[in-house]
Design a protein around this ligand. Structure first.
Ligand SMILES: C[S@@+](CC[C@H](N)C(=O)[O-])C[C@H]1O[C@@H](n2cnc3c(N)ncnc32)[C@H](O)[C@@H]1O
Length: 274
């Protein structure tokens, strides 16, 4: 199986929409009974608050999925959005959905790599990366690229799964099986502590002015994913395979245990360019 993010997302996008919802990310739950779609929308809302958008501003969405957050940004803020992803399938779906929503002139989706985005210096007012950075191996290049394309006074906002305690080699060895399962399900990912993101933003010349730990608030996500897996078992098996369905379901338990034992969690960070 190819775990490289572009190939991985090309393969899983349709099934992911059934399992994770239209917004391909975790939920933030004020109450564990909140429906998943509301909770994923809440995470986007926290990103919007940190981004401080306004009509006419240009935002770069790094790792745009199928464009659900971009459509919301355009609708609610009047900003224009350029979404990039390495997945051709993601670009095709996001483009078609933007057209269906009548947002074709506000939204552009391109197949590009967040670690080498190819845009001119200072060409965006805002840059955001909603749960995509863990898939980019060279985190320093991602952040440097985001900072490079930001105009002075612009903001970078990022949220993602984070490492909450150091794992030594012995432990990585002990956790080989659950880590391999996560890799098979979610692709080749590497988590960093929120403090490492702060360091990278600061090294790139940004002033960090907002940081939140969303670990507890995201924890009910896994129960919802498990429910979706049970509800859409047949379709997911058809789109992927029975083995993939089982692995996804098992990965919900693995993630829940990593959340509970303090290994992994979720964070949001934002900073401004002078
Ligand atoms: C978990 S999804 C999040 C999608 C979207 N931000 C959302 O919240 O709905 C991760 C996204 O990152 C994209 N991605 C992975 N590696 C990337 C890279 N090097 N450059 C740009 N996008 C990448 C994937 O294709 C996918 O669209």
């Amino acid at each position: 199986m190819n775990h490289e993010p572009a190939a991985h997302y090309d393969r899983v996008t349709a099934a992911w929409t059934l399992l994770l919802g239209e917004e391909l990310h975790y939920g933030v739950f004020d109450d564990p009974a909140t429906p998943l779609a509301e909770a994923t929308a809440r995470l986007t809302e926290l990103m919007l608050e940190a981004a401080r958008l306004a009509p006419g501003l240009a935002l770069l969405d790094v790792g745009c999925g199928t464009g659900a957050p971009a459509r919301r940004i355009a609708r609610e803020t009047g900003a224009t959005v350029t979404g990039i992803t390495t997945s051709a399938e993601g670009v095709a779906r996001a483009t078609a959905l933007a057209e269906d929503a009548g947002l074709a002139s506000e939204l552009t989706f391109l197949q590009r790599d967040g670690m080498d985005n190819g845009f001119p210096d200072q060409s965006f007012d805002r840059v955001w990366a909603l749960e995509s950075s863990h898939l980019m191996r060279h985190r320093d290049r991602l952040i440097a690229e985001c900072a490079r394309v930001l105009a002075p006074g612009g903001r970078l906002v990022l949220c993602d799964i984070v490492l909450r305690r150091p794992l030594d080699l012995m432990e990585v060895r002990r956790l080989r099986e659950p880590l391999a399962l996560l890799r098979a399900v979610f692709g080749d990912a590497r988590m960093e502590p929120l403090s490492e993101y702060r360091r990278l933003l600061e090294d790139a010349g940004l002033h960090v002015d907002s940081e939140s730990d969303l670990t507890a608030a995201t924890r009910p996500t896994f129960e919802r994913w498990r429910q979706n897996a049970d509800q859409h078992r047949e379709q997911v098996t058809e789109l992927l395979s029975a083995e993939d369905w089982q692995r996804f379901r098992d990965s919900c338990d693995v993630l829940a245990s990593f959340w509970d034992d303090g290994t992994l969690g979720y964070g949001l960070i934002a900073g401004a360019k002078a």
